[in-house]
Write a protein that binds this ligand. Sequence first.
Ligand code: NAP
Length: 277
Amino acid sequence: MPEKYGIIGYPLMHSLSPFMHNRYAYYMGQKESYEAFEILPERLSEDIKKLHDESVLGLNVTIPYKQKILNCICDIDECAKKIGAVNTLKYTDAGYVGYNTDAEGLKLSLMEAGISLKDKDVLILGAGGAARAAAYVSSVSGCSSISVLNRTLEKAILLAEDFEADAFDYSSLNKISKPEYIVFQTTSVGMYPDVNAMLPVPESLYSRFSAGIEVIYNPKETAFINSVSKTGAKIINGFSMLVNQALASRLIWHPEQTIPGEIRRKVYNECSDYSWS
Ligand code: NAP
């Protein structure tokens, strides 16, 4: 019997994870099945127990369960606890242990692009789950400061309290005053199908970006990426984080493995070419 893995969420129509993990398994010569398990909100704890009873060895967790799953796990690792969200589960006899690999995915993407956060000023657009992963990476990478800019100031303040950051909303843009920023775009603005939507960030702020890291992967080139590329700043797209957070999940499930760069590049290219239709 192949080992069983999968992703839980609701709805799950547009998840790239089964394709991506099946490609990783294929190139690594592993016999495993990776399925999408769409779970209704009212059945979450019951269905997680069922997947555990069926010895599903690893799961990815996506919207809307990254926080709700905290009630269904037997333990949580330190990074996931600090971020306050879980996107990866690993089977143990006692139940599933929760991890967060969004942060590790971002860290790997930054390394691959040759971008260091050490002593840099970081600006995070958004204050949701992806923003918390970006704040975590920034703080453990020794950045100089973190500024969080969010539509809802209260959420920016909550994040700022946890990561010693400064919180802003769009009415206080003039207070974002460092000469240069590495910027994480972590909002869902610009995501398919509303691909032309843009945050109310003025051109003058874009000109102070030394690098722009986008978390949205559909479309491949977002309005944010297009605007940053006009300034000549370095860019990381959302596919990079997606492929790397999947890789980090696989290393939690198979700690003995090393996944060669060549395989990572192949999976990245195949995901980039993936047809969403
Ligand atoms: P989330 O927790 O729901 O947070 C969404 C954020 O977007 C919030 O800060 C929200 O602001 C902001 N936002 C939404 N609509 C807005 C609007 N019209 N104007 C201004 N701000 C708006 O979501 P998440 O889990 O962080 O995910 C965010 C994005 O990251 C999604 O597109 C997701 O697919 C992507 N993601 C990608 C990866 C990857 O591997 N590439 C991993 C994780 C997530 P308010 O607080 O004001 O509502």
